[in-house]
Design a protein around this ligand. Structure first.
Ligand code: CU
Length: 302
């Protein structure tokens, strides 16, 4: 009983430290806080659920089991060492104990599974998306392409060290992804060359970017601000230099941004052929220009 009381005291102490860190981390939303140990503060419903699952389901269970096993070890080391227990018992079976240590872990796992599957379901069951962004991982940068409204694919690269702070270097990106606040954003994720991973901790989003495969995830940013993430799958020498920056803005600012990018609500029928005709013309002249050197280089090779 005393042991139980002590264990609950330790659990509440651990929870207290967790809250203290959380309170400090709240100052830095959307980016890591130096010296912090807890998860990044949540800025999306999924992350709130993930933090609840971690802090209130997993952590207490892990802490209790660890302390229980530690107590058993200490008890056995003190009570049953060679000196204090010179004549060991000869029995090797105890049906009751065996049933307990089989059934109790099963019950613990079933309890975790209820919350775990609920969380998995929340991640999987995306509400109707307001904005769809296709994020493609490249060696070593991200490209973003929007649908509804349409924004043509653009490249997002790491902001050079001289143009950002030490805290944000390799988190900040030029040409960040921009999304409206309080809107469901569907992110389609793929890789152009090798496997990357699209991760923004404040939104609870982390998903592999696999070449030839389209993964999808979603988030709904609750607050206007700047949120940072990084490629989270080792993808080559510049893996650490392909940050993800997401600017969450008001709907009006988002509309203005879409306009500045030359995007629109939906692909307009009349402008689409005109737009495709222009590259076709330049495309037709390009092969002609390139075929000339090719033709001239062919005789040169002889
Ligand atoms: Cu990568």
């Amino acid at each position: 009983m005393v042991m139980l009381k002590r264990a609950s005291g330790v659990i509440s102490a651990v929870a207290g430290v967790g809250f203290a860190v959380q309170a400090r981390a709240a100052e830095l939303l959307g980016q890591p806080t130096p010296g912090a140990i807890d998860l990044q503060p949540a800025a999306s419903p999924l992350k709130h659920q993930a933090i609840f699952f971690h802090n209130w389901i997993l952590m207490p269970i892990i802490t209790a089991i660890t302390l229980f096993v530690l107590a058993l070890l200490i008890w056995i080391i003190i009570r049953y060492n060679k000196k204090s227990n010179p004549v060991p018992a000869r029995w090797s079976h105890n049906t009751l104990v065996e049933v307990i240590w089989t059934v109790v872990p099963v019950l613990i796992l079933m309890f975790i599974a209820v919350f775990s599957f609920r969380l998995l379901y929340a991640f999987h069951e995306m509400p109707h998306p307001d904005v769809t962004v296709k994020a493609t991982g490249n060696q070593w940068y991200w490209t973003y392409e929007y649908q509804n409204p349409t924004v043509a694919e653009f490249t997002s690269t790491v902001t050079p060290e001289a143009r950002t702070t030490p805290q944000l270097y390799r988190l900040a990106a030029d040409n960040p992804m921009v999304v409206p606040v309080n809107k469901v954003v569907r992110v389609l994720v793929t890789g152009a060359d090798v496997i990357h991973a699209f991760a923004v901790p404040a939104f609870g989003v982390k998903i592999d970017a696999v070449p030839g495969r389209l993964n999808q995830t979603w988030f709904k940013a609750e607050r206007i601000g700047t949120y940072y993430g990084q490629c989270s799958e080792l993808c080559g020498v510049d893996h650490a230099f392909m940050p993800i920056q997401v600017n969450v803005v008001s709907q009006a600012d988002f509309d203005a941004w879409v306009k500045s990018k030359g995007g629109g609500e939906a692909p307009v029928a009349s402008s689409a052929p005109a737009a495709s005709a222009a590259p076709a013309v330049s495309g037709a002249s390009a092969p002609a220009a390139s075929s000339a050197p090719a033709a001239s280089s062919a005789p040169a090779a002889h």
